[in-house]
Each structure stands twice: as structure tokens, then as C-alpha cells.
Design a binder for this molecule. Structure first.
Ligand code: HEM
Ligand code: CU
Length: 533
């Protein structure tokens, strides 16, 4: 660690001005630039979600035409997947905290890290350009299924190029984290003494590095098919649309773990910090991340049970999908075991962690319904699926991200937010969330198909409840963000460790100095979570 740099000033104060941010090599500033960009797109995605729910408040045409509706859910999906949930936790909190938690001063390749951010912005620009070019955003769904994606006149080419560029950003972040974890851990920090958040990022990074190229090439094949009509996916010119589905899901199922694993890592930090208890089953949690990352490559076929695969293939994919649930259940068991007999300090981040466990469980269990081959045939492409994946991605990962934000807020900005207001925001978000998505599961079981802008009158009541839920959720979001924005300027100043946590990032100042530590950090005896009772 260089000693010439002042540790008096924190990383905000060391340099000022827009350029000092846009061209920074400091992992903390890059993490925060991701934060602002990602939150902005999240809000755009939320507005699109609210528009869809408004359309669906009553049968028939309410506010938009059918094609516009199709474009809205596609853009909503593209933004939420590629611009929000995939980058969210690794790019924001991984960038900010991984080096600090490893006791080092930056990631392995700071310039590559900055390039990742710029690629992210570049990809986002492409996605937004679809709004103003030609026939508007793609209307294919975020999955870009062929042959429709090859035939439609909307801006599929621009949308998939956006996803292609965003993929590069994701690959570079993964590469950076893998090298950082292998090469830059503080002396004495063996793999088995690494914080569980670092472990979760490690598992995630391998998926980012190895799976993302597959979607990259697949999306380019869509462009090639559209522009040159090669006959890859379009059956009218000799292509195979099922091939597209395989290639798409070979990436996109592992991508589900790019979304879920870092969230599980966050929960593994929050639970011991607020239960004031050594984490139960450290190794089981750490290695189960690796197991999930590995087995996650072999289950993609569960998205294609109705596409005409052989019976044998379907049964195998179904069984493998059940197997991924095991390492996930191992984690949940260990979190609950850690809470059991802990001296629990009920703070906002813990509330988010508890909501995560509850909602992720509903998401996971409904996933098992979909994994069960026979049941999936009935609920495939219904609102049951929409309920399921929002529980996993939003109720799970989204809530973990908000928990992380409330946990590390005082470390990043050196101030504390109003805890009461934060809890009110949390309550509205949680209530709104469950009113928004639980009815979707029931609607799906009743037979309401997804990606429809209209429905039969018998589905009306539950759709109204869902739409009202979306408004409660939106109010909760506004309160949460407003509370944090206010706290950034006027919140009470806090010291190094307002929560009494023991992992490494709490040993440095809040906000941290440029090179992260003003004195050599000490490894906690007995591993990162060893609370002395
Ligand atoms: C206020 C928040 C949100 C609302 C009201 C909302 C609502 C909706 C609705 C109504 C659909 C269309 C379902 C269909 O017709 O099939 C949808 C689709 C989708 N949502 Fe959300 N959503 C919200 C947040 C999120 C978040 C946070 C994520 C990801 C983390 C997400 C990911 C998706 C995806 C991937 C689709 C599928 C798009 C497609 O079918 O191509 N949503 N959402
Ligand atoms: Cu899957």
C-alpha cells in the first residue's frame, strides 16, 4: 500500500469535478457511478412496469395499443435484466467493497474496471436509442425468440446490440474480480477466511466470464439472420428456432445465478452482523455458491419443456433442476440457524434480509412447481411464471440490494439515515410487493397467459389488487430513496462501525480514504465472522 497518499481526506474529497469521476480509476468511485446509472435505469424500468399494471387494471384497451404494450414489456424486461439486476450488486457493491473486504487498495485492473463502466453506459445508450429510431423498441419480449425476432420490423437489432455490449461490461467485471480475489487478498486471508460476500462474487464472476460469451454470439447470430438471412434460426429459410432457445437459455439460466448469488452473499453478511453471532456453516455457504454456479449450467432445458424435446431430456432437466435447489436450501438453513439464539438487533438492513428470505423462498418454491415437468406444462407462459420470477429477482435480489444499500450507506457516505423513515419505506415496499405479485401467481394458476395486454373479465379482481399493489410499492420506493438522498446531505455523522460488525470494511474510516485503509487492517481471529460471546 502506497504511503505517500493522504489518508486525511476521504475518497470524495481527494479530487473534485465531473472529470475526476468520469475518468476515475478508484474502485469506490466506479462503484458509485454504477450506482447512479443503475438506479436511474431501475426507475425507468419501474415506470414501464407501472404503465403495464395501469393497462392491466381493467380488461380491454385502457391506456395503450397492443403493440405498444408488447414494446413496453420488452423494454421493461431488457432494462430490468441487463441494466439493473445483472449488474446491480456486483457492479455497485462488489466494486465498492470487494477490495476493502479483502484488505487491499483496488481491484486488479482499475483501467479495465473503468472501461466496464463505459461499456455499460454505451450499451444503455443503444437500448435507449430504440425509443427514437425507426419503429421503436423491440416487441419480442426480452428473450428475443426466433423466428419472430428475425421478422418483426421493430428495433430488434439495436436492442440485441445493446445486450451484446452490456455483456462485455459484465465479462470484464467478472474477470477483474476473479484476478483480484486470486492475487490481492491481504496477507493471511486464505480462501477459507474470505468474507462470504467475496465468495459469492467469486462464484458469480466465473459465470459472468464463461457463460456471457454464449449470449454474445447468439445475439450476433440474430443480427446476422436479420441482416443477411443466413438460415440459422428462421425455419422459412432452413433455420431452427429451437436452436435459438437452447443457445439463449444456456446463458440465461446461469445468468439467473449472476442475479441470485451476490444477493445470497449480501444476506450472508447481514445475518451475522445483526444476529451478532458467528455465521453457522461458513464452509457450507461458501462452497454451495460454487456448487450452484456449477450445476446451474446444466438445467437450461427447464425453460423449454413445451418446445418438443424428447421425454428423456425433459425428465433429466427436471431432475437436475431439483438438484440446484439443494445448495440453495443449504444456505437458507444456515441463515436461519445463525439467527436462532442470536442476540438480534432489528435494524432496517436486517428487515430487508428477512423479507429476502421470505420472498426468495416463495420464489424458489414456486420454481420447484415449474421444475416439476407435469406441473410446468400447465403453468408455462402464464402469470404464474411472471409471479415466480419477480419473487426471485425483485423480492430476492432487489430486496437484498436495498438491504445492502441500508447496511453500507453509513460506510459509503459517513452518515446515517433516519431509521424510522427507512422502516416505513421498507414496510410499504414489502406490502406493496406482495400485493403486486402474489395475485399474479393465482392468476397464472387460473390460466391467465403472460405477455397479453387484455384478459377475460373473470381475471379482473386479482388484476386490480395487483395494480394497487404496484402503487403501494412505488410509494415505498419513493420514501426509501428520498430518505437516503436527504441523509446523504444532512444525516447524522457516524464513526467507523455504527452496526458493531466485525468484517474488514468496518475497520476503516467512513467514508474510506482513497487507498481504503488509514492503518493496516487486522484479520479477525478465527475467520471473518467470529463473534466472541
Ligand atoms: C414496480 C415494479 C415492477 C412492476 C410493476 C412490474 C410489472 C411487470 C409486468 C406487468 C410484466 C409483464 C408480464 C407479462 O405480460 O408477461 C413484467 C415483466 C417482466 N418484469 Fe417486471 N415489474 C416490476 C419490476 C421488475 C423488476 C425489479 C425486475 C427485475 C429485477 C423485473 C423483470 C421483469 C421481466 C424480466 C419481465 C419479462 C418481460 C418479458 O416478458 O419479456 N420487473 N413486469
Ligand atoms: Cu432457468
Amino acid at each position: 500500500m502506497a504511503t505517500a497518499i493522504s489518508t486525511e481526506k476521504n475518497f470524495f474529497e481527494i479530487k473534485k469535478g465531473i472529470a475526476s469521476w468520469l475518468f476515475t480509476l478508484d474502485h469506490k468511485r466506479i462503484g458509485l457511478m454504477y450506482f447512479y446509472a443503475i438506479i436511474s435505469f431501475f426507475l425507468v424500468g419501474v415506470i414501464l412496469g407501472l404503465l403495464m399494471r395501469l393497462e392491466l387494471i381493467a380488461p380491454g384497451e385502457t391506456i395503450v395499443k397492443p403493440t405498444t404494450y408488447n414494446q413496453i414489456f420488452t423494454l421493461h424486461g431488457v432494462i430490468m435484466i441487463f441494466l439493473f439486476i445483472i449488474p446491480s450488486i456486483p457492479a455497485i457493491f462488489g466494486n465498492f467493497f470487494l477490495p476493502i473486504m479483502l484488505g487491499t487498495d483496488d481491484v486488479a485492473f482499475p483501467r479495465l474496471n473503468l472501461l466496464s463502466w463505459w461499456l455499460y453506459v454505451g450499451g444503455a445508450v443503444f437500448a435507449l436509442l430504440t425509443l427514437v429510431v425507426g419503429d421503436g423498441p423491440a416487441d419480442t419480449g426480452w428473450t428475443f425468440y426466433a423466428p419472430y425476432s428475425v421478422q418483426t420490423g421493430t428495433n430488434v437489432t439495436l436492442s440485441v446490440l445493446a445486450a451484446f455490449i452490456l455483456g462485455f461490461s459484465s465479462i470484464l467485471t467478472g474477470l477483474n474480480f476473479i484476478v483480484t480475489i486470486h492475487r490481492l487478498r491481504a496477507p493471511g486471508m486464505t480462501f477459507n477466511k474470505m468474507p462470504l460476500f467475496a465468495w459469492s462474487l467469486y462464484a458469480t464472476s466465473w459465470i459472468q466470464l464463461l457463460a456471457t460469451p454464449i449470449i454474445g454470439i447468439t445475439l450476433l447470430m440474430i443480427v446476422a439472420e436479420r441482416v443477411f438471412g443466413i438460415g440459422l434460426f428462421d425455419p422459412s429459410i432452413g433455420g431452427d428456432p429451437i436452436l435459438y432457445q437452447h443457445l439463449f437459455w444456456i446463458y440465461s439460466h446461469p445468468a439467473v445465478y449472476i442475479m441470485a448469488l451476490p444477493a445470497m452473499g449480501i444476506i450472508s453478511e447481514l445475518i451475522p452482523s445483526f444476529a451478532k453471532r458467528t455465521i453457522f456453516g461458513y464452509k457450507a455457504i461458501a462452497y454451495s455458491s460454487m456448487a450452484i454456479a456449477f450445476v446451474g449450467y446444466f438445467v437450461w432445458g427447464h425453460h423449454m419443456f413445451t418446445s418438443g424435446m424428447s421425454g428423456t431430456a425433459r425428465v433429466i432437466f427436471s431432475i437436475l433442476t431439483f438438484i440446484v435447489a439443494i445448495p440453495t436450501a443449504v444456505k437458507v438453513f444456515n441463515w436461519v440457524a445463525t439467527l436462532y439464539k442470536g442476540s438480534i438487533d432489528v435494524q432496517t438492513p436486517l428487515l430487508y434480509a428477512l423479507a429476502f428470505i421470505f420472498q426468495f423462498l416463495i420464489g424458489g418454491l414456486s420454481g420447484l412447481v415449474l421444475a416439476a415437468l407435469a406441473a410446468d406444462i400447465h403453468v408455462h407462459d402464464t402469470y404464474f411464471v411472471v409471479g415466480h420470477f419477480h419473487y426471485v429477482m425483485f423480492g430476492g435480489t432487489g430486496f437484498a440490494m436495498f438491504g445492502a444499500l441500508h447496511y453500507w450507506f453509513p460506510k459509503i457516505w459517513g452518515r446515517m439515515y433516519n431509521k424510522r423513515t427507512a422502516n416505513i419505506g421498507f414496510a410499504l415496499l414489502t406490502v406493496g410487493f406482495n400485493f403486486l405479485y402474489f395475485p399474479m401467481m393465482i392468476l397464472g394458476l387460473m390460466g391467465m397467459p403472460r405477455r397479453y395486454y387484455d384478459y377475460l373479465p373473470r381475471f379482473t379482481d386479482l388484476n386490480v389488487i395487483s395494480t394497487v399493489g404496484s402503487w403501494i410499492l412505488a410509494i415505498g420506493l419513493i420514501i426509501m430513496l428520498w430518505n437516503l438522498i436527504r441523509a446523504k446531505k444532512t444525516g447524522e455523522k457516524v464513526g467507523r462501525n455504527p452496526w458493531g460488525s466485525i468484517s474488514m470494511e468496518w475497520q476503516t474510516k467512513s467514508p474510506p480514504p482513497l487507498e481504503n485503509f488509514d492503518k493496516l487492517p487486522e484479520l479477525n481471529e478465527g475467520g471473518p465472522y467470529h463473534y466472541k460471546h
